[in-house]
Design a protein around this ligand. Structure first.
Ligand code: GLC
Length: 402
């Protein structure tokens, strides 16, 4: 039996905020800009001279997460471009040793702790500045070994310098799949990154840490990206998704999802027993684009009223139909009504006995009739009380969690 006590908070959190921020934010064309525009490390490095984020305010970021109802935050401590946002003994290419002169990870960790949010650190194993990454371990074993040691050393730093860390979000455990071909193979390669050894070290340093599945060993949970997919056999999972079409700040990307879409994504995750890690991409100066702030706050307004139907909630013993989705906690099933049916709602396939129904936001009681497995609620308001998702709480005679 796997011991999952360290995962309890994660399995109940349901909502986290992802932050993609780094040197690339200066260029405003996403976090892959260096690779996609074939910018050499020599051309890229001078960006560090311009990186002085005067308006960086870790508390403001973390407060936004809290306002949104997030329980944890994950911050890119170093992305594929190799620029560390922390002071490191194994790299000069860091925010601490260049123009900014600051350890942003330290500031971020402190802010999370103060706000009572769980602390997540994103770390990319690969670093595009290492030529060995592109030649691969077979062609350049020495250079590869140097890269692996450097990444292991940085993970050790992240696990020793900042006190208790709640979550480690690895990324980039690939190797270019044909040697010399810069196209990447997205399957993580734990063997060449020595992930088992790395994670054994991490767990020794941070016994309670939750680790994602992107270092090449399975670890604690799965990370479907830009789509929502429940993991088989009850493994914990977290869908990571952007609000527009980019992770890192992209000046030209105005393709924002609506708050309603984001909320439905969050509820979809909860209804499948998973979390949503929703991304923001602050500008290089540290400010967060207004559309992201607006959406986070609107989600927060909804969560402050309806959070009970999401936090710690999971799959219900019966699903939704064309009105929306269901979640469950204890002996309560929550109907998330996305598409308001009018004064009555009929739901077939309801085997458990329903003893009462009320609107979660106001406590207003609804009339319940149940004949066989067909549940009929009446006395609903004619128009949707919440146009995004009105929650109806059904009390069951017996426990509801599947
Ligand atoms: C991908 C991308 C990366 C992004 C991440 C978020 O692996 O390489 O840019 O940070 O996914 O899930």
């Amino acid at each position: 039996m796997v011991d999952r006590t360290h995962l309890k908070w994660f399995a109940e959190a349901r909502f986290g905020m992802f932050i993609h921020w780094g040197l690339y934010s200066l260029l405003g064309r996403g976090e892959w800009v260096m690779f996609q525009e074939r910018i050499s490390p020599e051309e890229y490095a001078p960006l560090a001279r311009r990186f002085r984020p005067r308006r960086f305010d870790a508390e403001a970021w973390v407060n936004l997460a809290r306002e949104a109802g997030c329980k944890y935050v994950v911050f890119t401590t170093r992305h594929h471009d190799g620029f560390s946002l922390f002071d490191s003994e194994v790299s000069e290419f860091t925010s601490a040793r260049t123009a900014a002169g600051r350890d942003f990870v330290a500031e971020y960790v402190r802010a999370c702790r103060r706000a009572g949010l769980k602390i997540g650190l994103y770390y990319s194993l690969l670093d595009w500045r290492f030529p060995a990454y592109f030649s691969g371990p077979a062609k350049d074993p020495k250079g590869w070994e140097e890269h692996v040691r450097y990444s292991h050393a940085q993970v050790r730093e992240l696990c020793t310098k900042y006190g208790k860390i709640d979550l480690l979000w690895y990324d980039g455990a690939w190797v270019p799949w044909k040697e010399g071909d810069p196209a990447v193979n997205s399957a993580p390669r734990g063997d060449v990154w020595r992930a088992a050894e790395l994670n054994a070290m991490v767990r020794e340093l941070q016994p309670h840490i939750v680790i994602n599945n992107r270092s090449g060993t399975l670890e604690d949970y799965d990370t479907p990206e830009q789509h929502i997919e429940a993991s088989p056999s009850g493994r914990p999972w977290e869908a990571c998704m952007t609000m527009n079409d980019h992770w890192g700040y992209c000046r030209g990307d105005h393709n924002w999802k609506t708050t309603t879409q984001l909320l439905h994504n969050l509820v979809t995750c909860a209804s499948g027993g998973g979390n949503l890690l929703l991304n923001i991409g602050p500008r290089a100066d540290g400010t967060i684009p207004a559309p992201s702030v607006k959406r986070m706050r609107e989600l927060g307004a909804w969560m402050s009223v309806n959070g009970r139907a999401v936090y710690g909630a999971g799959s219900a013993p019966f699903g939704g139909n064309n009105f929306g989705l269901t979640t469950a906690r204890g002996n309560t099933v929550y109907l998330h009504v996305f598409y308001w049916p009018g004064r009555a709602l009929t739901l077939p396939g309801v085997q458990p006995r329903v003893t009462s129904a009320r609107l979660l936001a106001t406590g207003e009681r609804l009339k319940v009739d149940q004949e066989g497995d067909v549940l009929r609620l009446s006395g609903l308001p004619g128009a949707a009380p919440d146009r995004r998702d009105t929650v109806i709480a059904l009390r069951l005679r017996d426990s509801a969690r599947r």
